[in-house]
Design a binder for this molecule. Structure first.
Ligand SMILES: *Cc1c(COP(=O)(O)O)cnc(C)c1O
Length: 374
């Protein structure tokens, strides 16, 4: 529709390739985490693409996200809700066939009562805290629950999980501490629920080694091109390409300052390209404020001055442009400027960059399989 917005190209072939690469590490096919609209890349196309690759378990953050996913994913996809079922949401959660992650005794109690009331053995997941101190049963809550196995069983738990705090730091001592604490708790819960599956690792956790795998891994970021441990584990395939259309090219006839705050000057003869895309599109996160650059043709071009709400200025002096410069795009993410490169420079997390991409971009999906009838 509008030409004045950036193009975000999402390579679903690469998402599937990354899922297969992660799967090759783990005993069971890992679950895909598609919360926050698959980190901004589109939970529907990403989820369905992974389903076709063989993925059958998915994690969402909220009940609303999971209800939406229930509609666009096939019925045999198992959908977990990381945010659990809040008081009064139990019935809706059950009716939709969603598996809530329960992380407090009251939540377990409410789920157990709802199961009894509805006469259904609706499955749940139970999350314990092993050191991150976010969501999860504390040690004392777990000791309390151990003394009431009837309550635990009445909540029909099928998955026992915890979350790593420092998995992206390969050598962090906390990784082993949490792994050992979780292994102990798994042995304990299996005396009460013998066939429960256990799940600890996120993307980075998977690449810490087999001790962290347990039964089910939960992978998000790696699917979307985030490298779990730079220089240590295989690089994931880049998934996103972000191109910003040139709105105007201007040739300076004298030294001037550029943008809000007049923070940078350029001399006569400089050529500037003003492109569509600014901080309202997450660019402060995506490309960072310091030393940010893009690629025009095959040359790197630096950002000049401050990023505005809707526009960003690049110095394109000496770079070939088409006869009609408004046909050109400056790429700020691609296979050369990968998520890892960009975050390395900006200090942002790959996660923040991905989830900042939602904005106004036109999403284009590359998907070999969809065009291949075989
Ligand atoms: C978001 C999330 C994940 C996925 O983490 P990645 O690092 O993106 O793989 C896994 N488990 C929980 C509990 C999460 O909240």
């Amino acid at each position: 529709m509008s030409t004045a917005t950036g193009r975000l190209t999402i390579d679903l072939n690469a998402v599937r390739a990354n899922w297969r690469r992660v799967s090759a590490q783990t005993p069971e096919p890992p679950a895909a985490v598609i919360k926050a609209d698959a980190y901004g890349l589109g939970a529907d196309p990403v989820g369905n693409s992974l389903y076709r690759a063989g993925c059958r378990e998915f994690f969402l953050a909220t009940l609303e996200e999971a209800i939406a996913a229930r509609r666009f994913l096939p019925a045999d996809a198992r959908l977990y809700v990381l945010g659990g079922a809040r008081p009064g949401e139990e019935r809706e959660c059950m009716t939709q066939g969603l598996v809530p992650v329960l992380y407090s005794l009251p939540a377990i109690d409410r789920w157990a009562r709802a199961c009894r009331f509805e006469g259904r053995a609706a499955p749940s997941a139970v999350k314990i805290d092993t050191g991150m101190t976010r969501l999860g049963l504390s040690d004392s809550e777990w000791q309390q629950l151990r003394e009431d196995p009837a309550l635990l069983n009445a909540a029909h738990p099928i998955l026992w999980m915890s979350h790593l705090a420092c998995a992206d730091e390969y050598d962090h001592p906390m990784n082993r501490q949490q792994q050992q604490a979780f292994a102990r708790r798994c042995a304990e819960v299996r005396t009460l629920v013998p066939d429960i599956r256990c799940s600890l690792a996120n993307s980075s956790g998977i690449f810490l080694g087999a001790d962290w795998h347990f039964d089910l891994a939960r992978t998000g970021a790696a699917l979307y091109g985030y490298d779990p441990h730079l220089d240590r584990t295989p690089a994931m395939q880049p998934v996103v390409q972000l191109e910003l259309p040139v709105l105007q090219v201007r040739e300076l006839t004298g030294e001037v300052s550029i943008g809000y705050g007049a923070t940078e000057q350029r001399p006569a003869g400089t050529r500037l390209a003003v492109v569509a895309g600014g901080y309202a599109d997450g660019l402060n996160r995506t490309i960072g404020r310091q030393g940010a650059k893009g690629i025009l043709g095959d040359r790197e071009v630096p950002v000049v001055g401050r990023i505005s709400m809707d526009t960003t200025v690049f110095d394109v002096t000496g770079t070939a442009l088409p006869a009609e410069p408004e046909q050109a795009y400056v790429r700020v993410l691609d296979e050369r400027l990968t998520l890892s490169h960009v975050t390395h420079r900006s200090g942002a997390l790959g996660y923040e960059v991905l989830t900042s991409l939602a904005g106004r971009y036109r999403r284009i999906y590359r998907d070999q399989e969809a065009h291949d009838p075989s």
